[in-house]
Design a protein around this ligand. Sequence first.
Ligand code: GCO
Ligand code: MN
Ligand code: MN
Length: 388
Amino acid sequence: MSNFQPGPEHKFTFGMWTVGNMGRDPFGEPVRPALKPLEIVRLLADVGAYGVNLHDNDLVPIDATLADRKRIVADFRNALKQHGLVVPMATTNLFSDPAFKDGAFTSNDPKVRALALQKTMQSIDLGVELGAQVYVFWGGREGTETDVCRSPLDAGKRFRDALNFLCGYVREQGYALKFALEAKPNEPRGDLYLPTTGAMLGFIPTLDYPDMVGVNPEVAHEHMAGLNFMHAVAQAWDAGKLFHIDLNDQNPGRYDQDFRFGAQNYKQAFFLVKFLEDVGYSGSRHFDAHAYRTEGAAGVKAFAAGCMRTYLILKDKAAKFNADGEIQMLLKELAAGDSATDALLGSYSSTRAAALKAHVFDRPALGARDLGYEHLDQLLFELLMGVR
Ligand code: GCO
Ligand code: MN
Ligand code: MN
């Protein structure tokens, strides 16, 4: 890896809403013109992305007629073909329309819940038609400003019922589609239900078809909650549930920043890329971010190119870290045991338990050991800064 050029093998994808973001915020009007779906496809192909993901209404307006839908989808498919882009993931917009102002699947109003199911089935059909294999659920409005409105137990039950219904739908259609649940602690609601990836992982086994359902962790969302993103990803991976990932960046304790991948926390981004590459994660590397509001067309391209380039640079750094003799020797020493101690560890047996109970440890020596993490962490810093 020397030129950090993105290729299809890297599976870099962007949401239509990311490079299409017009820079609107709660205080200011859009600073960039709306891009047509075909312009988004062209832009992403230009910067070397592999795929483009979408909400139903990123492509087909919510009030489109069936004839409109047919024409729009046909044009989009042509553009994808022409530019060699795929659509690995799709999702539903269940947050923009005022009908969903108090939630979609968790709304108190049965009509809203039914509408959410209808909209999602139609959007699943669209996603599958475009080739999506992963379907993301981000419950942007599934939450509260005040808990006076409903019990979180009712909300949880309704969310479960909705996912069970939709799993049933996907199974009956014979779609090869997996669901990926995306947690976020807050924004746009004061509090969102199931606020972390860990919470989602606890919820999945309560579903009727847990094997069909995994997670879509997002860097910014765990950082908003002040958590270590890579740890959440590791837990998802360990559970066999890392179906998708949303890459961006974010400082803790801020609004939902959606910065370019690696823009803020180089070190966390490094450990994340190293983790994904070390374990052999083979899904999309999906960027769910947008250019700073200061940017125009060139800035948006620089943003998209930067996300991918940063990933590849960090991948290269991860390989250097793994090949660094001194770093690897130090890590090996840290975990080194001796045959006497090794015999005390392992699966349970009554003999082992008895031996362990009888063993005399030199506890003060264990406490006095200098672990050398200061030196190791400095070596990492120097490697990342390119002076090693
Ligand atoms: C956000 C979310 C969304 C979702 C997207 C796909 O904070 O706005 O991250 O961008 O990822 O709706 O589900
Ligand atoms: Mn987000
Ligand atoms: Mn996201």
